[in-house]
Every structure is written in structure tokens, then in C-alpha cells.
Write a protein that binds this ligand. Structure first.
Ligand SMILES: Nc1ncnc2c1ncn2[C@@H]1O[C@H](COP(=O)(O)OP(=O)(O)OP(=O)(O)O)[C@@H](O)[C@H]1O
Ligand SMILES: [Mg+2]
Length: 400
């Protein structure tokens, strides 16, 4: 029997493992980002798609180009054919036609946390795709990476170890004693027009310890610091999306306190679903306890999103059916299926929205886009319901 007992792992071996893992990550990143290159958004829209996005006819766009209200679209110097429009061009059209969907000054900015303490359930995937869906619509979006693993930061084209300074660029300095008064210092524009990012890197993990230590003497500071930070910048955005780490730590709690809406990704398999049930229970008790210290906070909506669903697996189908029955009113209708398209895009630190051609097959790409869009539309509607200035329009659309 004893011969089966493995020798203990020495710390030095763990170090070796960790540096090997770092090498793998560095190689992956080198493959995606050659040194000195910056991520760019290469998608272009033809005039028909642009017209649809802007909410005006092709003719009105052409007229505006002819009379100088809009610039003439770029032409291919060789063929003299019109090139497509970039997202920035489309947003300029929206501005000219007054169809930007921004909230009114008095509408509360939506602060959405995509939260589940379980790792790998698709939080960051939903955060990046939702942010880009909203930006395509013309909203002003801010993504805050609250996870020291920094996967969202990487998808937005930054190498967390190289491009992000842990003492200056992340949430970390804001969380420290005597830190900056607002979060403006950390905001940076991204390659996506309309999306600003507060990046993360490994250094953010220290905030977890420091918060835990400080919690003993200054609970209110710790619990509501992120909320104050978000409030300091939210005025310039329509939607702020928070990507938390997968653990019940101080940062995760801060995210729950900072958000005014919550989306809980939950893959319909046994283990992930058990964790989700656990998460919901812990969240309810913890938030209730915390509200005694820091005051109650309310969510405009809390929705569970079935993610990474595989229709071919009967267990997934069965659990999904139970989720629908138990959480009838709390589930988003759209199911994010387990898709090779998402997996392939993520492996290259990209999103499905920025691919100029399918990562897999055209049909897979089309289907995947369809449910990402449907997910975005559902959340968009929930958000707009919280904006009184949009109510008239929603009534006209027959939604309210
Ligand atoms: N719908 C999906 N189809 C296929 N793969 C997916 C899907 N959603 C997420 N993934 C993959 O699962 C992995 C984990 O996803 P993601 O990083 O979004 O999860 P997470 O909850 O943010 O993880 P963590 O807890 O580590 O932050 C990634 O490799 C991602 O590509
Ligand atoms: Mg994540």
C-alpha cells in the first residue's frame, strides 16, 4: 500500500511548474500579439448594415454624404470602389441623425456584474461579448476587469504583464489607503470605439489581502470603495460591466455592492449547477449581513443565464429543464450554447464579434452570433426599462 503514497511536492517544484505555465502563456500571447503590434478592429459594414445599425435608410445616408453632413466613404485606390464603414463611421452617422441610444442625464447608468463564484462558467466571455454588443449599438460602455487573472484585459488587446502597471493602471491603487479620489486615472480607451477599459493584472490580487486585513477596522471603506469608484466615473457611460474573480473574496463582494444589476452565468451540468445554487444561497446571506453594516443595495434585475449548454447531452437538457421550472421568471430566455466558435475565438484572445471570417464553419459562426445577439438584446431591454427616458419609446414598441 505504502508504495502508492506519492512523495510530497517541494515548494521548488511548484515554482518550476508555475514558471513553465508562465512560458505557455507567454508563447500563446506571442502568437497572438507580435511585439509592437496593437490590436485593431477590422470589421467593416456595408451601407445596408450601416443603415440598419443607424436606423435610417441608405438613401438618407447617401444624401448626407452628398451634402457634406457626413464624410464621403473611403474608396479603394485601385478599384475606386467604396470601402465599408467602420464602427466609428457608423457612430458618426448616428450622431448626425440623432439616433445614438444614450441614456438621458437623469437615467441611472447600468452597472452590471456578471457574477458566479464558480470558475470557468463563462463570466468573462459574457462580459466581453455583452460589452461589444452594446458598443455596436452605439452605447458608451466601460468594462472593469476586477479579476487578477486578467483574461478580459487580454482580450481587449493588452498584455497584462507588459502593458499594465500594477501600481498605477489597475483598480489596485484606488483600493489602497490614501489612493486616488476617482477612478479616472485607470480608464483607457480600447480598440473598440465606445468601450473604455479599466485593466487588471496579477498585482490586483494583493488587494484581496489588504482588504481582508482592513476589513477588521474599516468595514465600510472596504465594502463600498469599488461602488464609490464606479460612481465617480459612471456619469460618462451608459453601461458599466464588472468582471469579478471566481471566488468569494473581498473583491467579489465589492463587485456585488458596486453593481445595480446582476447576471449569473450557469452551465446546466451537475457540478456547475450545484455551485450556482451554492452561490445564490451565499450571496443572499452575505448581502443581507453586509447590508447591516453598509446599508441595503438593490438590483434592478437579477437574471440567470444558461451558458455552455450542450444540447447533445441529456444531462444538460434535463438540468436546463429543471432550471426553467424552478427559476421560471429569473432565467434569460437565450441560452448560450457550448460553441467551438467561442472557444476558438477565445483561444486567439478574440471575440466572436470581431472576427472578419468564421473561426470554424460559417453556419456555426452564424448560429453563435444569433444567440450572442439574442442575449444582448434581452439585456439591452432590461437596461432600457431602468431608464425613464426610454419608456415612451418602449411603449411605442409595445414592450412596456
Ligand atoms: N459558450 C461557450 N462555448 C464554448 N466555450 C466557452 C463558452 N463560454 C466560455 N467558454 C470557454 O470556457 C473557458 C472559460 O470561460 P470564461 O473565461 O468566460 O469563464 P470565467 O467564468 O470568466 O472563468 P474564470 O472564473 O476563470 O474567470 C474559456 O476557454 C472560454 O473560451
Ligand atoms: Mg473570468
Amino acid at each position: 500500500m505504502d508504495s502508492y503514497v506519492l512523495p510530497p511536492v517541494a515548494l521548488a517544484e511548484l515554482d518550476t511548474l508555475s514558471s513553465r505555465a508562465a512560458t505557455v502563456i507567454a508563447r500563446l500571447r506571442e502568437r497572438v500579439y507580435a511585439p509592437g503590434t496593437r490590436k485593431t478592429l477590422d470589421i467593416q459594414f456595408n451601407v445596408r448594415s450601416a443603415a440598419e445599425m443607424v436606423g435610417r435608410s441608405e438613401k438618407l445616408i447617401r444624401d448626407a454624404e452628398a451634402d457634406g453632413r457626413l464624410p464621403e466613404p473611403d474608396k479603394d485606390p485601385d478599384t475606386n470602389r467604396r470601402l465599408g464603414y467602420s464602427l466609428a463611421d457608423v457612430n458618426r452617422m448616428r450622431e448626425v441623425f440623432g439616433t445614438l441610444p444614450h441614456r438621458a442625464q437623469d437615467d441611472p447608468p447600468a452597472v452590471i456584474a456578471v457574477q458566479n463564484f464558480k470558475g470557468g462558467v463563462g463570466k468573462s466571455t459574457l462580459v466581453t461579448h455583452l460589452a461589444q454588443f452594446f458598443a455596436l449599438k452605439g452605447y458608451r460602455v466601460c468594462v472593469i476587469d476586477c479579476d487578477s487573472q486578467a483574461s478580459t484585459t487580454a482580450v481587449f488587446g493588452l498584455n497584462p504583464d507588459v502593458d499594465v502597471d500594477e501600481d498605477e493602471d489597475t483598480l489596485y491603487p484606488f483600493f489602497r489607503h490614501g489612493g486616488p479620489r476617482t477612478l479616472h486615472y485607470a480608464l483607457r480607451a480600447t480598440y473598440w470605439p465606445g468601450i473604455a477599459l479599466i485593466p487588471a493584472n496579477l498585482g490586483l490580487y494583493d488587494a484581496e489581502y489588504e482588504f481582508a486585513a482592513r476589513m477588521v477596522r474599516d468595514q465600510k471603506f472596504v465594502l463600498d470603495r469599488l461602488r464609490e469608484g464606479v460612481e465617480s466615473i459612471a456619469g460618462q457611460f451608459d453601461i458599466v460591466i464588472l468582471d469579478p474573480p471566481p471566488a468569494l473574496g473581498m473583491l467579489s463582494l465589492s463587485v456585488l455592492r458596486a453593481a445595480n444589476a446582476l447576471i449569473v452565468p450557469a452551465p446546466p451540468n451537475n457540478i456547475d449547477f450545484a455551485s450556482t445554487a451554492h452561490f445564490l444561497k451565499m450571496m443572499a446571506t452575505t448581502l443581507a449581513e453586509i447590508s447591516e453594516i453598509g446599508g441595503a443595495r438593490q438590483f434592478a434585475f437579477v437574471k440567470i443565464a444558461a451558458t455552455k449548454m450542450n444540447d447533445q447531452k441529456s444531462a444538460h437538457v434535463a438540468i436546463k429543464r429543471m432550471m426553467d421550472a424552478v427559476f421560471a421568471r429569473d432565467m434569460l430566455e437565450t441560452v448560450i450554447k457550448d460553441s467551438a466558435e467561442i472557444d476558438n475565438a477565445t483561444a486567439n484572445l478574440r471575440t466572436v464579434y470581431e472576427l472578419t471570417g468564421p473561426a470554424t464553419r460559417t453556419e456555426t459562426h452564424r448560429r453563435c452570433r444569433a444567440y450572442l445577439d439574442a442575449f444582448g438584446r434581452e439585456v439591452d431591454l432590461l437596461v432600457r426599462k431602468t431608464w425613464p427616458s426610454h419608456h415612451g419609446k418602449l411603449r411605442k414598441e409595445g414592450i412596456l
